[in-house]
Design a protein around this ligand. Structure first.
Ligand code: SF4
Length: 364
């Protein structure tokens, strides 16, 4: 079995009671069968707490009115962890913020930016992220898995990440190149010309691709966050304060019409030129989303939608930064950048329903 991880993977530590938020609030955690069985067998002093904190019918942890897990105490510590140790945690709690994408013979493990510590690690990082692979014993075979298609997706993603990390190009050009490659690959996939996808990848590795995408930018359906913004209200709501953030962003950026919005965008672009770190933050986000979701196209063939999704999520976060920058009278602190990154990720990435809905909306 091949495992792939980002190079900062081992640097992660949980801030526990020092965490500015907590992962034990907002989400309904479904307990895996093995842990549920273990919880049924808990005896002694902790038994009453266990009995009342688990919803045995649904196999989930109970939550209070603020959607905080019933085991979470006032110091933001998990009482189960304190009383029974780390091994007592269910699979989801043990793993978080690790996110695993599963493919035949491959496990790709990322760290979710919905955790403030991970969001900080990524946003403080200046150098391009690399990915490490290692092998461990274990074989498996999936029914209906196409290893050839998967290897094409891996090659394409590697080329896309290289493009995204080419800092000699503006971020818009890098994004266009990635979308252009995915767009052209999608055409070949739809025509069942999978073999010729490698030609597309090669074409976009070359120098001429830059001029090509600039000419054809109109034909590539670039997801515009401002056009898709109101769709965010249609997603499943996970955090109470998320809607407030959406209303605030909408009022600042879009309420005064297209002209006013374009003016803000231009001013923010100028400000970004003096603050080159913002473009690096965007690059890290694009790479993060692309690494995590792009190979999933092996299951549905939606190569272009996966690339669009990575661009949309990164640019939507930039809209949140832009609104905050206006609100702050044209300043933006790193702490605010991080706060908006993990709040967006919490809302979108931690609901499969939301991820699927967004992909559908972007495709339209
Ligand atoms: S959100 Fe991250 S840092 Fe905070 S408690 Fe959860 S894992 Fe730890």
């Amino acid at each position: 079995m091949i495992y792939t991880i980002p190079d900062y993977y081992k640097e992660f530590y949980c801030a526990a009671d020092k965490c500015e938020d907590t992962c034990c609030a907002g989400w309904q955690i479904v307990i895996d069968k093995k842990s549920l069985k273990k919880y049924r067998g808990v005896r002694g002093k902790f038994m009453p707490k266990m009995r009342t904190s688990v919803c045995w019918l649904k196999g989930t942890f109970r939550q209070d009115k603020e959607k905080r897990c019933a085991f979470l105490n006032e110091k933001n510590l998990c009482e189960m962890y304190v009383a029974l140790g780390e091994k007592s945690l269910c699979k989801t709690c043990r793993r978080y913020p690790r996110h695993v994408e599963e493919f035949e013979g491959v496990r790709e493990i990322s760290l979710s930016i919905s955790c403030p510590v991970v969001a900080r690690m990524l946003m403080e990082r200046k150098s391009p992220v690399t990915f490490l692979s290692y092998e461990r014993e274990g074989e498996e075979e999936y029914e209906d898995f196409d290893p050839f298609f998967f290897s094409i997706l891996e090659d394409a993603r590697e080329a896309m990440i290289k493009i995204l990390q080419n800092r000699t190009l503006p971020i818009r050009t890098r994004t266009l190149l990635v979308l252009g490659m995915a767009h052209d690959m999608q055409g070949r996939i739809n025509r069942q010309e999978l073999f010729s996808c490698s030609e597309v990848i090669e074409k976009y590795r070359g120098d001429r691709a830059k001029a090509y995408v600039e000419n054809y930018a109109e034909k590539i359906n670039i997801p515009m966050p401002e056009k898709l913004f109101d769709q965010l209200y249609r997603l499943e709501l996970l955090q109470e304060n998320w809607e407030l953030l959406l209303h605030e962003t909408e009022a600042i950026l879009y309420a005064k019409g297209e002209k006013a919005y374009q003016k803000i965008k231009e001013e923010f672009r100028d400000w970004m030129k003096e603050h080159s770190e913002i473009e690096i933050h965007l690059e890290q986000l694009l790479v993060y989303f692309l690494f995590t979701y792009f190979p999933g196209a092996v299951y549905d063939g939606e190569v272009f939608a996966k690339a669009q999704m990575a661009v949309y999520c990164s640019f939507m976060i930039r809209e949140l930064w832009m609104a905050r920058w206006v609100k702050n009278e044209k300043t933006l602190e790193l702490d605010e950048i991080i706060d908006l990154v993990y709040r967006f990720s919490r809302e979108v990435e931690h609901s499969d329903v939301n991820l699927m809905r967004l992909e559908k909306i972007i495709k339209l």
